[in-house]
Design a protein around this ligand. Structure first.
Ligand SMILES: [Zn+2]
Length: 243
């Protein structure tokens, strides 16, 4: 048996098996409660998973409805940040990016799936889209930080929680806001049998947060005032400000 890594969130060394099935093993940090897939597939395996999923053109059903929902969400977020530079990290078909542009932001989107970005560029050509992971996007240093970063259902895919959180911190301007969503493995309405929960998706989903472990991680990377909204569904919606 290989040695277990330390916890990525609190660096704790007391790690215990949390779940095992034919596909994967999840481990839990006994100190902070963070749950993670181990071993995490290497970068090449992960890339090939995404290639398999991403072959061919993208089609986004109910595109009009998706854009309407994005505009509703944008109206909520505009109570925090009225205008400025907006980034959707993991922007998919670009719906939030377009909603931000229509709301008056200078809108950018980054997304590793080239087929999704093709679709976004065709349908929402007035925005700036890049094909990259968030980590690659901020490493170049070509982008000025953003006043508002939106990141929905992406962090759970990251192989390295600290690298991803550092990239988020690099993307958000000082005093700017981050709005992030991810599944909540500790939620009271999560199906008891983990395999029946749509948030359990190894090996694509590597990191399994609770509101507490997500807050700890973000605080470790310079975010303050980390607030999670009460959620009826097993998901976390978090708002944080870069100090
Ligand atoms: Zn921990």
């Amino acid at each position: 048996m290989s040695t277990l890594p330390h916890c990525q969130v609190c660096a704790g060394a007391r790690i215990a098996l949390y779940h095992r099935d034919a596909n994967a093993e999840l481990f839990r940090c006994e100190e902070c409660g963070f749950i993670f897939l181990h071993p995490i597939p290497d970068a090449a395996t992960q890339a090939s998973l995404y290639e398999q999923a991403g072959i061919g053109a993208r089609y986004f059903p109910k595109a009009e409805r998706k854009l309407q929902r994005a505009q509703q969400k944008m109206r909520q977020l505009q109570r925090l940040v009225a205008r400025g530079r907006f980034l959707d990290a993991g922007c998919n078909g670009g719906f939030m990016v377009e909603a931000a542009r229509r709301a008056g932001f200078e809108a950018h989107g980054v997304e590793p799936d080239p087929a999704s970005v093709d679709w976004a560029r065709q349908h929402f050509p007035a925005n700036a889209f890049a094909v990259a992971t968030l980590e690659e996007y901020v490493t170049g240093g070509a982008q000025r930080p953003f006043d508002l970063v939106y990141c929905s259902e992406v962090i759970e895919h990251a192989p390295d929680a600290n690298r991803f959180a550092a990239a988020l911190a690099a993307a958000v301007a000082r005093g700017g806001y981050l709005y992030l969503t991810t599944p909540d493995i500790t939620h009271w309405r999560r199906p008891r049998a983990l395999a029946e929960w749509d948030g359990y998706k190894p090996p694509e989903h590597c990191l399994y947060f609770s509101p507490r472990t997500l807050r700890l991680l973000l605080e470790r990377h310079g975010f303050t005032g980390v607030k999670t909204a009460w959620a009826w569904k097993p998901g976390i919606k978090v708002l944080a400000r870069r100090a």
